[in-house]
Design a binder for this molecule. Structure first.
Ligand code: HAM
Length: 409
């Protein structure tokens, strides 16, 4: 029996060397995400980790890399084809349609996604996305607000070298003509394209623009932004205007197409320059006005984003996470410590202590390893001995919460 996690996955375990991030970093990140989603008015949405395979084939698109090569698909005991979700949007849109809700609707999620990819640093087979979806909204202000949420969050947690790339992919009215002119351009260069690309010319030419292998060959390729219909052009201008108004910097990148088929109009990506080139996107998203209909529902335009939590943790490195506030050292055994800890916790103080009755010396070692800013020594008397890095005082247990709050802030 091997104790290693499966290839392309990893553990986050206190006390171990962490391949991606330590438990404290993850707690800070998930807590911050929760706070920023609340600030932008997003309630939680939770959907199953597996869905009917057809949902992703139709929603994400059966000519995409994700659906063609990367899905974890299995037949369940009832003979149904199921897939571990490779992304969150299709499931959330399905859940929204199923809920019968009408009108503007928001949902925020956080959880594991699964793609059978070649693993490397920053690219995993099970990875963690932080996402939001904003449904039944059509105006460009929604797009700007979603892009702003991702930018504010990534800035707040300190992703270094953050850059936002923005593009418009048009709509079903203006995109076909653009795709034709792109095909024409590609056909003229078919011999120069990397293997695999020529067959995409008819199938999904946008994917060639997205490819890492075709670079210089694509210089001078027609860009979608020059082919937008008036409505799409106005929408794009208004998204850019909104971002300018709220002070979110971005660069327009006509080569940004994204790897999932459901996007219309706005598409964006956040780049963190600290990661290597292949995995530099810490997040991305866009508008998907046709997705609800593609999966068999009513028309419900929407916009959303997903951030790669694994990549965020990797690019930040050290987090200044809060530790437990108090480590309780007991000279009178674990029983009284349990009672004292309970009373401090009921006052909202984070407490840890030794339940095993180890020596006082060993407890002090645990106190220092815990990183707690305050150590409280419990003895025979009525008063406890409270110690911080620069201070030491005797007080009753009831006075400790106030002292800790003053000492920690
Ligand atoms: P996506 O660009 O496929 O978009 O994924 C979003 C982010 O997830 C990526 O930018 C990256 O940070 C992270 N990610 C993707 N694959 C991996 C992997 N194998 N290992 C580690 N991180 C990864 C979507 O998934 C869309 N659902 C986003 C969206 C929401 N669009 C509208 N609403």
């Amino acid at each position: 029996m091997s104790f290693q996690p499966p290839k392309g996955t990893y553990d986050v375990v206190a006390g171990a060397t962490q391949p991606v991030g330590d438990p404290g970093a993850w707690r800070v990140l998930l807590g911050e995400w929760d706070r920023w989603c609340a600030r932008f008015g997003y309630p939680l949405v939770m959907t199953p980790i597996f869905e009917a395979t057809e949902l992703f084939e139709r929603g994400v698109g059966d000519t995409t890399e994700v659906v063609n090569r990367q899905m974890y698909t299995f037949t369940d005991k009832g003979g149904r084809s199921m897939t571990l979700r490779p992304e969150g949007t299709a499931g959330v849109v399905r859940a929204y349609l199923e809920s019968g809700s009408q009108g503007a609707w928001k949902g925020a999620y956080s959880g594991p996604m699964f793609r059978y990819e070649r693993p490397q640093k920053g690219r995993y087979r099970q990875f963690w996305q932080l996402g939001v979806e904003y449904m039944d909204v059509e105006g460009p202000t929604a797009d700007a607000e979603v892009v702003e949420l991702g930018f504010r969050f990534l800035t707040a947690v300190g992703v270094p070298g953050l850059l936002t790339r923005l593009n418009s992919l048009g709509c079903r009215d203006c995109r076909p003509a653009y795709l034709e002119s792109l095909r024409e351009f590609l056909r003229a260069r078919v011999d120069e394209l990397s293997p695999g690309s020529p067959e995409l010319i008819d199938l999904n030419p946008l994917r060639i623009l997205d490819s890492q292998d075709d670079g210089a060959e694509l210089d001078g390729a027609p860009s979608m932004t020059d082919h937008l219909c008036q409505d799409c052009a106005d929408h794009f201008e208004a998204v850019k205007g909104g971002l300018d108004e709220v002070g979110v910097p971005f660069m327009v990148d006509p080569r940004l197409v994204r790897g999932l088929d459901y996007y219309t109009r706005t598409a964006f990506e956040y780049i963190g320059t600290e990661l290597n080139a292949a995995q530099d996107a810490v997040g991305g998203g866009g508008r998907y006005d046709g997705l609800a209909e593609t999966i068999g529902g009513r028309r419900a335009p929407g916009v959303g984003l997903a951030l790669g939590a694994d990549r965020i943790v990797l690019s930040i490195g050290e987090f200044d996470g809060p530790t437990v506030g108090v480590y309780l050292v007991s000279e009178v055994g674990p029983g009284p410590a349990l009672v004292a800890a309970s009373s401090l916790r009921s006052e909202g103080i984070d407490v840890d202590f030794d339940t095993e009755g180890r020596s006082v010396k060993a407890q002090f070692r645990s106190a220092s390893r815990s990183g707690a800013p305050v150590t409280v020594v419990l003895g025979d008397g009525d008063q406890v001995d409270v110690r911080t890095a620069g201070d030491r005082a005797l007080m009753s247990l009831r006075e400790v919460p106030g002292y800790v709050r003053r000492a920690v802030t």
